[in-house]
Design a protein around this ligand. Structure first.
Ligand code: 13P
Ligand code: ZN
Length: 270
């Protein structure tokens, strides 16, 4: 069977990155069963031949109207599909969708009619927000990192920027490479429009990664590798914190002055 990726190397390279990250998510234990999802805005790779392709599904309501997504195309992980399968066969475990002219529906275009992730409202609402802001970010990732989710069960860590500062203070790289920290979204029903709206509010509060309390994280980046790297970096800090606690002491953490020094040297926003 031919794939829409054939003879489109730049587009295929983006899907290769998705497959690479899906493998990491499984290896890290963050992707039990079908856990987690990925979408990538691939509109820049759409050519005239792609535009002429017929839809292979009926239009499906997104549940939200997202005006900035007019003419946009996305790669989406399929709902109920496993990251460990997606790592080997991204086009069998995900599909390419385009947004219809009313900006309230999508239709599947290729390769197979794989129904997109149940978290599509959050992913598309965030892409709509990013385009509105003129952001260059193209990728969004939702995953279930064990240590960060464990920390979200402590109400103290859910207060604004408590976790941000704690994680930043564990190792200098965390502030340098996740410079906006970790926003917090209170527990909400998975795949709900309320969760989508709360996620945008948190990202708008100037975060690239937000915690979905007792569920997982949602991250945005230039590409899916960038989004993954930020979650990986934050998780590394969480693990260092937990190792210290497991050894029976509360880690000192870097001082505020040491973290300010990092901000200055790396020219960071916070
Ligand atoms: P999907 O299989 O629909 O992508 O759902 C996985 C998930 O993590 C829901 O929050
Ligand atoms: Zn989830």
């Amino acid at each position: 069977m031919t794939s829409i990726l054939e003879n489109r190397p730049a587009f295929a390279a983006e899907v290769d990155k998705v497959a690479e990250v899906a493998g990491y998510l499984w290896q890290k234990g963050w992707a039990e069963r079908n856990g987690g999802n990925i979408t990538v805005n691939i509109t820049e790779h759409v050519d005239d031949a792609m535009k002429a392709l017929p839809a292979i599904s009926e239009p499906v309501a997104i549940g939200l109207t997202l005006p900035n997504l007019n003419g946009c195309w996305f790669y989406c992980k399929g709902t109920n599909k496993r990251m460990r399968d997606l790592a080997r066969r991204p086009m069998e475990n995900g599909s390419i969708i385009r947004i219809t002219d009313d900006c309230a529906h999508y239709e599947i275009v290729a390769d197979d009619p794989v129904k997109p992730t149940s978290e599509l409202p959050s992913h598309l609402a965030v892409h709509n927000y990013l385009i509105g802001k003129g952001s260059p970010y193209k990728a969004s990732l939702h995953t279930h990192p064990i240590e960060l989710v464990a920390m979200s069960h402590n109400p103290e860590f859910l207060k604004k920027d408590v976790l941000t500062n704690l994680l930043w203070s564990m190792i200098p790289e965390t502030k340098a490479f996740c410079p906006r920290g970790l926003g917090i979204v209170p527990y909400m029903l998975p795949s709900s429009n309320e969760l989508a709206e709360a996620t945008i509010r948190a990202i708008d509060d100037d975060y690239d990664v937000v915690m979905w309390e007792k569920h997982g994280v949602f991250a945005v980046g230039d590409d899916i590798i960038e989004a993954f790297d930020m979650v990986d970096t934050l998780t590394k800090s969480a693990i260092i914190y937990m190792y210290a606690r497991a050894m029976g002491f509360i880690p000192d953490g870097m001082s505020q002055a040491q973290m300010q020094e990092i901000s200055k040297v790396f020219n960071l926003p916070k």
